[in-house]
Write a protein that binds this ligand. Structure first.
Ligand code: NAD
Ligand code: MG
Length: 400
C-alpha cells in the first residue's frame, strides 16, 4: 500500500494532537509531510523530532526563526517556514494526499481553501472556514474533485449514517433521508442558574464535562454557539435547509448525531466521546482502522437522555438560525463577531452573558451581501470585527 502523505494544520492543538496519536499507530499507512502551528515553538520542536515532517510552518514569523534555530541545533532536517503563504503552500504541495484542517477560527480559511482547490482529501475540523465561506469551499471541492470528510463528531456521525457512496455536498433527500438530529451536550452550564451567568469565568467555561478541547471551541460549547456553527456546517455539508435539522440536547455525548429516513428508521452513530474516532474514520475512509479509543461498554454506560434545548439559556442558537436565514455573508459576520466576543471573554473584557448581545448587535449592524468571492467574504469578516470591537469600546466607555 502506498503511504498517504499528510499535512496537519494546527498540529499543536487538541485535534492536532489526537491526529498525531492516530497517525503514530499506523506507520505503514501514513507519513507526515507537514506540521503547522501558530507560535508554540516548544511543542512543535518536540513534534518535529518525533515525526520528522518534511516541512514545519509557524504562523508567526518570529516563532519560525526560533524553531529553525532549535531544530538546527538538534540536527533535525525538517525545513522551517513562517507565515500564511507557507501555510497555503503545504496544503497544495503535489506530494500531499490529505490535509487535516485543524486550525481554529478564520485563520484556517485560506489553507483549507487551498487544499480544497488542489483536490486533496480534506479532513475538516475547522468549522469556522465553512461557516465563513460555505459556498466558496463547496464550489472548490466540486471543481477540483477533492474529497471532503467531516471531522466534527456530529457531522462525521451523520456522514457515517448516510449510505455508502454518499458524497458530501450532495443532497441527502434522494437517499431517503428526511431529517437530521444534531446532538448537543449542553456544555458545562446546562443546569447552572441563569442569574449567575454574568459571573462565569473563562476556566469554568473551558471545563467541558465530556470533551477535552481547545479554549475557543470550549467557550462556544458553553454558549452553544458551537451548535449554531455546526448547524450552518451541516447545511453546507449535507445540502439540507435548516428546517430539516433538529438540535437535540443529549448530555451523555454517546450518540454523536442521527439521520431519520422516510421509512421511519433512525440511524445513530455511537461511541465514547473521543475525537480519535472521527479522525481515524476519515483518515482510513472507506476502510476502517483502529484509533486507540476505548470500546463503548453498553452495559455500563447508563441511560441516554434527549430533550429540547432551552432558548433562554442558549440564545446563540437562535442567532445562528437568523444568520442562516439572512444568507450570503451573514454567517461570516456571525463567525467574526463570535471570535471577537470569545477572545474578549477569555481576556476578561466581556462578561459571559454579554457574548450573545455583542453578536446580535454585529449581525444587525453589518449588512449581509451575496458571498460570491473570497474578497467579499474577507471584507465582511473585517467589517464585522471592526463593528464588534467598536461595540466593545462603547461598552467600556459606558462602564467608566
Ligand atoms: P486548539 O486551540 O487546541 O488548537 C488550534 C491550533 O490552531 C493550534 O495548533 C494553533 O497553533 C493553531 N492556530 C491558532 N491560530 C492560528 C493562526 N492564526 N495561524 C496558524 N495557526 C493557528 O483548537 P482545537 O480544539 O484543536 O480546534 C481546532 C478546530 O477543530 C476548531 O475549528 C474547532 O472548532 C474544531 N473542532 C475541535 C474539536 C475538539 O474536540 N477539539 C471537535 C470538533 C471540532
Ligand atoms: Mg462538534
Amino acid at each position: 500500500m502506498n503511504k498517504q502523505q499528510i499535512t496537519i494544520l494546527g498540529s499543536t492543538g487538541s485535534i492536532g494532537l489526537s491526529t498525531l496519536d492516530v497517525v503514530a499507530r499506523q506507520p505503514e499507512r501514513f507519513s507526515v509531510y507537514a506540521l503547522t502551528a501558530y507560535r508554540n515553538v516548544e511543542r512543535m520542536e518536540a513534534q518535529c523530532l518525533q515525526y520528522r515532517p518534511r516541512v514545519a510552518v509557524m504562523g508567526e514569523p518570529e516563532a519560525a526563526e526560533s524553531l529553525r534555530d532549535r531544530l538546527a541545533a538538534a540536527g533535525c532536517e525538517t525545513k522551517v517556514r513562517g507565515g500564511m503563504e507557507a501555510l497555503v503552500e503545504v496544503c497544495r504541495a503535489p506530494e500531499v494526499d490529505a490535509v487535516m484542517a485543524a486550525i481554529v477560527g478564520a485563520a484556517g480559511l485560506l489553507p483549507t481553501l487551498a487544499a480544497a482547490e488542489h483536490g486533496k482529501r480534506v479532513l475538516l475540523a475547522n468549522k469556522e472556514a465553512l461557516v465563513m465561506s460555505g459556498a466558496l469551499l463547496m464550489d472548490a471541492v466540486g471543481r477540483s474533485g477533492a474529497r471532503l470528510l467531516p471531522i466534527d463528531s456530529e457531522h462525521n456521525a451523520i456522514f457515517q449514517c448516510l449510505p455508502n457512496g454518499y458524497t458530501c455536498a450532495d443532497p441527502v433527500s434522494p437517499h431517503g433521508a428526511s431529517r437530521i438530529w444534531l446532538t448537543a451536550s449542553g456544555g458545562p452550564f446546562r443546569e447552572r442558574s441563569l442569574e449567575t451567568f454574568g459571573e462565569i469565568t473563562p476556566d469554568e467555561a473551558c471545563a467541558h464535562p465530556n470533551w477535552d478541547m481547545g479554549r475557543k471551541i470550549s467557550v462556544d460549547s458553553a454558549t452553544m454557539m458551537n451548535k449554531g456553527l455546526e448547524l450552518v456546517e451541516a447545511c453546507w455539508l449535507f445540502a439540507v435547509p435548516p428546517s430539516s435539522i433538529q438540535v437535540v440536547l443529549h448530555p451523555q455525548s454517546i450518540v454523536h448525531s442521527m439521520v431519520a429516513y422516510e421509512d421511519g428508521s433512525v440511524l445513530a452513530q455511537m461511541g465514547n466521546p473521543d475525537m480519535r474516532t472521527p479522525i481515524a474514520h476519515a483518515l482510513a475512509w472507506p476502510e476502517r482502522m483502529s484509533s486507540g479509543v476505548q470500546a463503548l461498554d453498553l452495559l455500563s454506560m447508563g441511560a441516554l437522555e434527549f430533550s429540547e434545548p432551552c432558548e433562554t439559556r442558549y440564545p446563540a442558537l437562535r442567532l445562528a438560525q437568523r444568520a442562516l436565514e439572512k444568507g450570503g455573508t451573514a454567517t461570516a459576520v456571525l463567525n467574526a463577531a463570535n471570535e471577537v466576543a470569545v477572545d474578549a471573554f477569555l481576556a476578561g473584557e466581556l462578561a459571559f452573558d454579554a457574548i450573545p448581545a455583542l453578536i446580535e448587535a454585529t449581525l444587525e449592524g453589518v449588512e449581509a451581501e451575496p458571498a460570491g468571492t473570497l474578497e467579499v467574504v474577507l471584507g465582511a469578516d473585517a467589517r464585522a470585527r471592526a463593528h464588534a470591537r467598536d461595540w466593545l469600546d462603547m461598552r467600556r466607555r459606558e462602564a467608566v
